[in-house]
Each structure stands twice: as C-alpha cells, then as structure tokens.
Design a protein around this ligand. Structure first.
Ligand code: SAH
Length: 329
C-alpha cells in the first residue's frame, strides 16, 4: 500500500473528495476502490492504478489477546505492529515509528537491529488500518494507540504528530487524543515540542534506571540527556499541560532491581503527576527478568514512599510481541 500518493492524485479534485476518501478508507475500511461508492467511477479507476489498497502483511504469531503482524513496506523494508485485545473490548495497537531504531538500548531487541529509516505518516497509519480491517470482521474497533513499537517516536516527530492527526480526525479514525500514548527514551526536544502542541495525548518516559551511572550503561542516550534534564523537561510539560506523565521501568535481574535502586527511584518519582509503570522484563538474550518476589518487594518500597505505581501486564511475551521484543529477523 502507498497512500502517500493520494494527496498528489487529488490536487485537481474538489476538497470534499478528500473527506469522502478518508471516510471510505478509515471508517468504512474499504480494501477495494470499487467499494468507495461516493466517488465517481472514473476517479475510482484512477485510484485503483495509482493507489492500491492491499496491505502486505502477515500475522506472525497469535496468542490469547495478542497478535503480532509483520508488514512489508513499498521499499521492501519490514516493520512489526501488535494488537493487544483486552477483555473489556478495548483494542490497543502498538505501532512502530521507525524501521529499526538508532537508540541502541542494551536490553532491547529492536536496538540490536540498527536504524534503517523513518516511517512516513501513512506507513504509521497502515499498521492501524491493517488491524482495523481485521477487527471489523469481528464487529470490533481499534480503541487505543501506543507509539511503543519499533523506533524512537521523537526522532520522527513530524510524521508521528501528523499520523496522530489522522487518528484524531473525525472523518478518519476518530480516536480521541486521550486514547493515544507516545513513549520516548528521553529525547528532550520532543518533550518540549509536545508541551506546545495543545494535544491531549499521553506522554511516557522510558526511565529504567534511577541514577545516571546505571542509565549510562543501559541507554546510550543518557550520555546526551541526563536524568535530571529529562525530569526538568517533564516538569515543564506538566506545568504547561497539567497532564500526568508515565515513567516506564523494566525490572532486569541484578541490574536495576536492587532494593537500594527502589529507594533511589522513590526519590525521583514521588511527585504529584508522576506515575510509575513497572514492567516485567521480557528476556531477549543477554539479560534476565527479576523474580516475581523481587518485583513485589521493589514495588512495596515505592508504594511505602507514596509513589503512584502500576505493574504492566506483559502481553505477548510468549510470542515475542511484548515490549522490546520487536525486531525483524
Ligand atoms: N523508543 C521509545 C519507544 C519504545 S517503547 C522508548 O524507548 O520509549 C518500548 C518500551 O519497552 C520502552 O520503554 C523500552 O525501554 C521497553 N523495553 C525494551 N526492551 C524491553 C524488554 N526486553 N522487556 C521489557 N521492556 C522493554
């Protein structure tokens, strides 16, 4: 599929055509231009040639509640996207923002595949569209989006924001901003820009270490953006938006999971609009996950220090579709 071409093909058409097309593509979820009944036949024929609607994707793995898809893009590069279905009928799509990732976090499978290129806004949307079509067969809808797949969203800022506008658009997916979350490993320029967007989307920060010495070892970006500077940017974001910010902390055995680490983390996290999300580490090779007992004790210390926290239910770890397990092999 290559819908980027659409806008160019429509320059001669009246403006309402784009609205009709958005409705057909993103609401009726057509996968064949013949089904776009509101368009004149001649335009449908033209679009059939210039803008095919097939998505080149296959479901790699299926487990209860989780499906991972491998999507091949028009230049033959590959990305992964994941559907997480919850019992309350929420369907969250975890989308990739880049092919590969340049951040090289030592514990993350995507980092080890290197960086290939940024996705354009429609390649981000294509991932949602693929699952939206699939869910339609079961009379279900995409309800939430997390930018937590492959890549660092804030290194592809413009395309990510443009894709969110399509998700928000009530002529397109009509998904509310509050149902959309962006996660960053701490790209400060991105946090600053987002503070000024006036969008009600959710911000998440991948922290994973309570001090710079340890974070330097796990996440190379920490050499550029220190913890205290990231937190300063987050505090500014909160001041401007009055929105809660989520911090992600994945528990890696004998690495960032000591009880002293929990104390250090408490000092950083006990703030009004900070939320901490503890994630059980999904093993991808070198590192091991902390034991359940350690996670419990670690969380107890944070709780005793008044940190607001949750434990992330790690969907999809059995099919390599969980956090940090996305990498095209
Ligand atoms: N680059 C962005 C978006 C990726 S989101 C970011 O870093 O936030 C994916 C989340 O899963 C990040 O918090 C990432 O640090 C975390 N993660 C990576 N590998 C993981 C693993 N093996 N187990 C659990 N979480 C992991």
């Amino acid at each position: 599929m290559n819908i980027e071409i659409l806008e160019k093909s429509l320059t001669k058409e009246p403006k309402f055509r784009l609205t009709q097309i958005k409705k057909a593509l993103f609401q009726e979820l057509i996968d064949n231009w013949d089904d776009a009944k509101t368009l004149p036949k001649s335009l449908r024929e033209e679009l059939k040639k210039s803008c095919p609607l097939e998505i080149n994707a296959k479901i790699l793995n299926d487990s209860i509640g989780t499906r991972k898809a491998l999507i091949t893009l028009s230049d033959n590069t590959k990305i992964e996207a994941v559907l997480l279905s919850h019992i309350d009928n929420r369907n969250t799509i975890c989308v990739s923002s880049q092919v590969g990732c340049p951040m090289k976090c030592s514990f993350c499978a995507t980092g080890s595949m290197g960086f290939i290129r940024n996705l354009n806004k429609y390649e981000i949307i294509e991932q949602v569209l693929f699952f939206a079509r699939l869910l339609k067969e079961k009379n279900q809808k995409v309800t939430n989006i997390v930018y937590m797949g492959m890549g660092e969203p804030f290194l592809n800022y413009e395309n990510v924001i443009e894709s969110i506008k399509i998700l928000n658009d009530n002529n397109a997916f009509n998904i509310g901003a509050r149902k959309i979350s962006i996660s960053t490993c701490g790209v400060i320029e991105g946090i600053k820009k987002l503070s000024n967007e006036n969008m009600q989307i959710n911000l998440a920060i991948s922290l994973h270490a309570p001090n710079n010495i340890l974070r330097d070892k796990l996440m190379p970006i920490n050499k550029k953006h220190r913890i205290e500077d990231i937190l300063k940017a987050v505090d500014n974001y909160i001041e401007k938006t009055n929105r809660r910010v989520m911090f992600e902390y994945t528990m890696i055995k004998d690495t960032n999971d000591s009880l002293k680490n929990a104390q250090e983390l408490s000092l950083l996290m006990a703030k009004k609009l900070y939320m901490l999300n503890i994630i059980k580490y999904n093993e991808t090779g070198v590192f091991k996950s902390s034991s359940d007992k350690r996670i419990k004790d670690f969380m107890q210390i944070l709780h005793d220090n008044t940190v607001k926290l949750t434990l992330r239910h790690s969907f999809g770890s059995d099919i390599d579709a969980a956090c940090g397990q996305l990498a095209t092999k």
